[in-house]
Design a protein around this ligand. Structure first.
Ligand SMILES: CC(C)(COP(=O)(O)OP(=O)(O)OC[C@H]1O[C@@H](n2cnc3c(N)ncnc32)[C@H](O)[C@@H]1OP(=O)(O)O)[C@@H](O)C(=O)NCCC(=O)NCCS
Length: 263
Protein backbone atom coordinates (compact mmCIF):
# COMPACT_ATOMS: atom_id res chain seq x y z
CA UNK A 1 0.00 0.00 0.00
CA UNK A 2 1.17 3.52 -0.79
CA UNK A 3 2.67 4.84 2.44
CA UNK A 4 0.77 8.12 1.99
CA UNK A 5 -2.62 6.36 1.77
CA UNK A 6 -1.85 4.40 4.94
CA UNK A 7 -0.90 7.67 6.59
CA UNK A 8 -4.19 9.27 5.51
CA UNK A 9 -6.10 6.42 7.18
CA UNK A 10 -4.20 6.92 10.43
CA UNK A 11 -4.74 10.67 10.23
CA UNK A 12 -8.51 10.16 9.91
CA UNK A 13 -8.59 8.27 13.21
CA UNK A 14 -5.34 8.95 15.08
CA UNK A 15 -6.40 7.03 18.18
CA UNK A 16 -6.12 3.72 16.26
CA UNK A 17 -2.50 3.72 15.13
CA UNK A 18 -0.94 7.02 16.21
CA UNK A 19 -1.98 7.95 19.78
CA UNK A 20 -5.21 8.43 21.70
CA UNK A 21 -4.19 11.98 22.66
CA UNK A 22 -3.75 13.19 19.09
CA UNK A 23 -6.60 15.32 17.83
CA UNK A 24 -7.70 16.21 21.34
CA UNK A 25 -7.60 19.78 22.73
CA UNK A 26 -3.93 20.72 23.27
CA UNK A 27 -2.75 18.02 20.81
CA UNK A 28 -4.66 19.18 17.70
CA UNK A 29 -3.42 17.91 14.33
CA UNK A 30 -2.45 20.59 11.78
CA UNK A 31 -5.04 21.52 9.16
CA UNK A 32 -4.44 19.69 5.87
CA UNK A 33 -6.13 21.55 2.96
CA UNK A 34 -3.11 23.49 1.70
CA UNK A 35 -0.43 20.91 2.40
CA UNK A 36 1.19 19.04 -0.47
CA UNK A 37 3.31 15.90 -0.66
CA UNK A 38 6.98 16.37 -1.58
CA UNK A 39 9.22 13.32 -2.02
CA UNK A 40 12.62 13.63 -0.35
CA UNK A 41 14.02 10.39 -1.81
CA UNK A 42 13.65 6.66 -1.27
CA UNK A 43 9.87 6.74 -0.70
CA UNK A 44 10.27 9.21 2.16
CA UNK A 45 7.88 12.17 2.12
CA UNK A 46 7.19 15.62 3.49
CA UNK A 47 3.68 17.07 3.73
CA UNK A 48 4.06 20.83 3.72
CA UNK A 49 2.86 24.24 2.48
CA UNK A 50 4.93 24.20 -0.68
CA UNK A 51 6.16 27.81 -0.73
CA UNK A 52 9.43 28.46 -2.66
CA UNK A 53 11.63 28.28 0.44
CA UNK A 54 9.71 25.63 2.38
CA UNK A 55 12.93 23.66 3.04
CA UNK A 56 15.18 26.58 4.05
CA UNK A 57 16.65 25.79 7.48
CA UNK A 58 15.28 22.26 7.31
CA UNK A 59 17.41 19.27 6.42
CA UNK A 60 16.65 15.59 6.04
CA UNK A 61 19.24 12.88 6.61
CA UNK A 62 18.00 9.63 5.14
CA UNK A 63 20.13 6.53 5.59
CA UNK A 64 20.38 4.12 2.63
CA UNK A 65 17.67 1.63 3.63
CA UNK A 66 15.27 4.03 5.32
CA UNK A 67 11.88 4.27 3.61
CA UNK A 68 8.24 5.04 4.17
CA UNK A 69 9.01 7.89 6.59
CA UNK A 70 6.85 11.02 6.68
CA UNK A 71 7.36 14.54 8.05
CA UNK A 72 4.40 16.92 8.31
CA UNK A 73 4.93 20.67 8.75
CA UNK A 74 1.60 22.25 9.64
CA UNK A 75 0.13 25.28 7.89
CA UNK A 76 2.57 28.24 8.23
CA UNK A 77 4.80 26.24 10.56
CA UNK A 78 8.10 28.05 11.16
CA UNK A 79 10.03 25.29 12.92
CA UNK A 80 13.42 24.39 11.43
CA UNK A 81 16.10 21.78 12.15
CA UNK A 82 17.12 18.30 11.10
CA UNK A 83 15.24 15.05 10.73
CA UNK A 84 17.34 11.90 10.56
CA UNK A 85 15.82 8.60 9.48
CA UNK A 86 17.59 5.31 10.05
CA UNK A 87 14.43 3.20 10.37
CA UNK A 88 11.22 2.83 8.38
CA UNK A 89 7.63 4.06 8.55
CA UNK A 90 8.23 6.77 11.11
CA UNK A 91 6.05 9.88 11.32
CA UNK A 92 6.94 13.38 12.55
CA UNK A 93 4.08 15.87 12.86
CA UNK A 94 5.29 19.39 13.59
CA UNK A 95 2.46 21.76 14.48
CA UNK A 96 1.18 24.98 13.03
CA UNK A 97 2.22 28.64 13.41
CA UNK A 98 3.66 30.33 16.51
CA UNK A 99 6.57 27.94 16.90
CA UNK A 100 9.15 30.65 16.17
CA UNK A 101 12.29 29.56 14.34
CA UNK A 102 12.41 26.57 16.67
CA UNK A 103 15.32 24.28 15.82
CA UNK A 104 14.38 20.65 16.43
CA UNK A 105 16.72 17.71 15.93
CA UNK A 106 14.88 14.45 15.46
CA UNK A 107 16.56 11.06 15.20
CA UNK A 108 14.46 8.05 14.23
CA UNK A 109 16.73 5.09 14.91
CA UNK A 110 13.98 2.45 14.91
CA UNK A 111 10.70 1.73 13.11
CA UNK A 112 7.08 2.86 13.17
CA UNK A 113 7.61 5.61 15.72
CA UNK A 114 5.79 8.90 16.11
CA UNK A 115 6.94 12.42 17.01
CA UNK A 116 4.34 15.14 17.57
CA UNK A 117 5.14 18.81 18.25
CA UNK A 118 2.13 20.85 19.31
CA UNK A 119 0.93 24.25 18.18
CA UNK A 120 2.93 27.13 19.69
CA UNK A 121 5.57 24.92 21.33
CA UNK A 122 9.11 26.38 21.10
CA UNK A 123 12.66 25.22 21.67
CA UNK A 124 16.12 26.75 21.52
CA UNK A 125 17.55 23.36 20.50
CA UNK A 126 16.33 20.03 21.68
CA UNK A 127 17.44 16.63 20.44
CA UNK A 128 14.75 13.97 20.38
CA UNK A 129 15.95 10.39 19.99
CA UNK A 130 13.33 7.79 19.10
CA UNK A 131 15.28 4.64 19.56
CA UNK A 132 12.84 1.78 20.04
CA UNK A 133 10.22 0.34 17.66
CA UNK A 134 6.68 1.74 18.08
CA UNK A 135 7.61 4.38 20.67
CA UNK A 136 6.26 7.92 20.58
CA UNK A 137 7.18 11.40 21.76
CA UNK A 138 4.26 13.81 22.09
CA UNK A 139 4.69 17.47 22.98
CA UNK A 140 1.48 19.33 23.79
CA UNK A 141 0.74 22.92 22.79
CA UNK A 142 2.59 25.94 24.21
CA UNK A 143 5.46 23.97 25.72
CA UNK A 144 8.78 25.82 26.05
CA UNK A 145 12.06 23.95 25.74
CA UNK A 146 15.33 25.76 26.48
CA UNK A 147 18.65 24.75 24.85
CA UNK A 148 20.84 21.62 24.95
CA UNK A 149 17.99 19.33 26.00
CA UNK A 150 17.82 15.64 25.22
CA UNK A 151 14.64 13.56 25.17
CA UNK A 152 14.78 9.85 24.36
CA UNK A 153 12.39 6.90 24.19
CA UNK A 154 15.09 4.28 24.59
CA UNK A 155 18.71 3.79 25.65
CA UNK A 156 19.80 2.44 22.24
CA UNK A 157 21.72 -0.47 23.79
CA UNK A 158 20.20 -3.42 25.64
CA UNK A 159 20.81 -4.06 29.30
CA UNK A 160 20.03 -7.71 30.08
CA UNK A 161 19.59 -9.85 33.17
CA UNK A 162 22.83 -11.78 33.53
CA UNK A 163 20.96 -14.99 34.49
CA UNK A 164 17.84 -15.02 32.30
CA UNK A 165 18.99 -12.88 29.39
CA UNK A 166 15.81 -10.81 29.70
CA UNK A 167 16.11 -7.22 28.47
CA UNK A 168 15.53 -4.91 31.42
CA UNK A 169 15.49 -1.53 29.64
CA UNK A 170 12.80 -1.59 26.93
CA UNK A 171 11.90 1.70 25.24
CA UNK A 172 8.80 3.63 26.27
CA UNK A 173 6.83 6.69 25.17
CA UNK A 174 7.61 10.19 26.45
CA UNK A 175 4.74 12.67 26.75
CA UNK A 176 4.73 16.37 27.60
CA UNK A 177 1.28 17.64 28.43
CA UNK A 178 0.54 21.22 27.29
CA UNK A 179 2.37 24.22 28.78
CA UNK A 180 5.46 22.51 30.19
CA UNK A 181 8.78 24.40 30.57
CA UNK A 182 11.95 22.33 30.24
CA UNK A 183 15.07 24.10 31.56
CA UNK A 184 18.52 24.29 30.01
CA UNK A 185 20.45 21.05 29.64
CA UNK A 186 17.76 18.71 30.99
CA UNK A 187 17.55 15.05 29.99
CA UNK A 188 14.14 13.39 29.86
CA UNK A 189 14.30 9.62 29.71
CA UNK A 190 12.04 6.80 28.45
CA UNK A 191 8.63 6.30 30.01
CA UNK A 192 8.23 9.80 31.43
CA UNK A 193 5.05 11.87 31.24
CA UNK A 194 5.50 15.49 32.30
CA UNK A 195 2.25 16.88 33.68
CA UNK A 196 0.45 20.00 32.49
CA UNK A 197 1.98 23.31 33.60
CA UNK A 198 5.11 21.85 35.18
CA UNK A 199 8.72 23.03 35.11
CA UNK A 200 11.92 20.99 34.82
CA UNK A 201 15.02 22.57 36.37
CA UNK A 202 18.25 23.17 34.48
CA UNK A 203 20.43 20.06 34.06
CA UNK A 204 17.84 17.78 35.62
CA UNK A 205 17.70 14.11 34.73
CA UNK A 206 14.04 13.12 34.65
CA UNK A 207 13.52 9.39 35.05
CA UNK A 208 10.00 9.30 36.50
CA UNK A 209 6.76 10.98 35.53
CA UNK A 210 6.24 14.51 36.80
CA UNK A 211 2.87 15.52 38.32
CA UNK A 212 1.00 18.56 37.03
CA UNK A 213 1.84 22.12 38.16
CA UNK A 214 5.06 21.48 40.00
CA UNK A 215 8.80 22.16 39.71
CA UNK A 216 11.17 19.21 39.60
CA UNK A 217 14.95 19.48 39.68
CA UNK A 218 18.11 17.46 40.19
CA UNK A 219 19.43 14.08 39.11
CA UNK A 220 17.22 12.16 39.47
CA UNK A 221 14.65 14.97 39.40
CA UNK A 222 12.59 15.43 42.56
CA UNK A 223 9.67 17.77 43.31
CA UNK A 224 10.84 21.08 44.79
CA UNK A 225 7.63 23.15 44.42
CA UNK A 226 3.94 22.29 44.04
CA UNK A 227 0.85 24.18 42.83
CA UNK A 228 2.88 26.49 40.58
CA UNK A 229 3.18 27.14 36.86
CA UNK A 230 5.09 29.55 34.62
CA UNK A 231 4.74 32.41 32.12
CA UNK A 232 7.00 33.49 29.25
CA UNK A 233 7.31 37.00 30.68
CA UNK A 234 9.70 37.80 33.54
CA UNK A 235 6.91 39.21 35.69
CA UNK A 236 3.21 38.38 35.76
CA UNK A 237 0.08 40.53 35.92
CA UNK A 238 -2.57 40.39 38.66
CA UNK A 239 -4.86 38.26 36.52
CA UNK A 240 -2.23 35.78 35.31
CA UNK A 241 -3.20 33.02 37.74
CA UNK A 242 -6.90 33.42 36.91
CA UNK A 243 -6.15 33.26 33.17
CA UNK A 244 -4.01 30.19 33.77
CA UNK A 245 -6.84 28.44 35.62
CA UNK A 246 -9.24 29.32 32.80
CA UNK A 247 -6.79 27.83 30.29
CA UNK A 248 -6.54 24.68 32.38
CA UNK A 249 -10.35 24.39 32.24
CA UNK A 250 -10.23 24.28 28.44
CA UNK A 251 -8.05 21.19 28.72
CA UNK A 252 -10.26 19.31 31.19
CA UNK A 253 -11.27 16.53 28.81
CA UNK A 254 -7.74 15.99 27.55
CA UNK A 255 -6.22 15.88 31.02
CA UNK A 256 -8.89 13.43 32.16
CA UNK A 257 -7.73 11.05 29.41
CA UNK A 258 -4.03 11.34 30.11
CA UNK A 259 -3.32 9.85 33.50
CA UNK A 260 0.28 10.22 34.57
CA UNK A 261 2.49 7.21 34.92
CA UNK A 262 5.07 5.22 33.09
CA UNK A 263 3.77 3.88 29.81
C1 LIG B 1 14.30 24.76 38.87
C2 LIG B 1 14.19 26.27 39.01
C3 LIG B 1 13.05 26.78 38.13
C4 LIG B 1 13.88 26.51 40.49
O1 LIG B 1 13.80 27.88 40.77
P1 LIG B 1 13.14 28.31 42.21
O2 LIG B 1 11.75 27.80 42.25
O3 LIG B 1 13.38 29.76 42.36
O4 LIG B 1 13.94 27.42 43.27
P2 LIG B 1 15.11 27.83 44.30
O5 LIG B 1 16.23 28.50 43.57
O6 LIG B 1 14.48 28.52 45.44
O7 LIG B 1 15.61 26.41 44.74
C5 LIG B 1 14.82 25.51 45.51
C6 LIG B 1 15.66 24.29 45.81
O8 LIG B 1 15.87 23.56 44.60
C7 LIG B 1 17.28 23.43 44.32
N1 LIG B 1 17.43 23.61 42.86
C8 LIG B 1 17.04 24.68 42.12
N2 LIG B 1 17.33 24.48 40.83
C9 LIG B 1 17.90 23.26 40.73
C10 LIG B 1 18.41 22.52 39.66
N3 LIG B 1 18.33 22.98 38.40
N4 LIG B 1 18.94 21.32 39.93
C11 LIG B 1 18.99 20.85 41.19
N5 LIG B 1 18.51 21.51 42.27
C12 LIG B 1 17.98 22.71 42.04
C13 LIG B 1 17.94 24.53 45.11
O9 LIG B 1 19.28 24.19 45.40
C14 LIG B 1 17.07 24.59 46.35
O10 LIG B 1 17.43 23.49 47.19
P3 LIG B 1 17.34 23.61 48.80
O11 LIG B 1 15.86 23.83 49.12
O12 LIG B 1 17.86 22.30 49.27
O13 LIG B 1 18.17 24.80 49.18
C15 LIG B 1 15.51 27.00 38.57
O14 LIG B 1 16.53 26.78 39.53
C16 LIG B 1 15.97 26.47 37.22
O15 LIG B 1 16.66 25.45 37.09
N6 LIG B 1 15.54 27.21 36.16
C17 LIG B 1 15.78 26.86 34.80
C18 LIG B 1 16.28 28.09 34.07
C19 LIG B 1 16.53 27.83 32.61
O16 LIG B 1 16.93 26.76 32.20
N7 LIG B 1 16.23 28.84 31.82
C20 LIG B 1 16.39 28.74 30.39
C21 LIG B 1 15.50 29.69 29.69
S1 LIG B 1 14.21 28.83 28.79
Amino acid sequence: MDIRRAFDDNWADPSKRLHDLLGRRGFELPKRPNLEWVEIGGDNWVLVNRSPNWDRGRSFHIEPNASGNIVVFGENCTAIGTVHFRGNKNVAIIGGPDSGRTPLHLHFYANEQLFFWGQGATSNTTTFVLAYDHTRVLVGEWCMFSASIMVRTGDEHAIFDATTGETVNPGKDVIFEPHVWVGYGAAVMKGVTVGFGSIIGAHSVVTESVPRKCVVAGAPARIIRENVSWARQRTVADDTAAKFRAYEQTLTDTLARAPLGRT
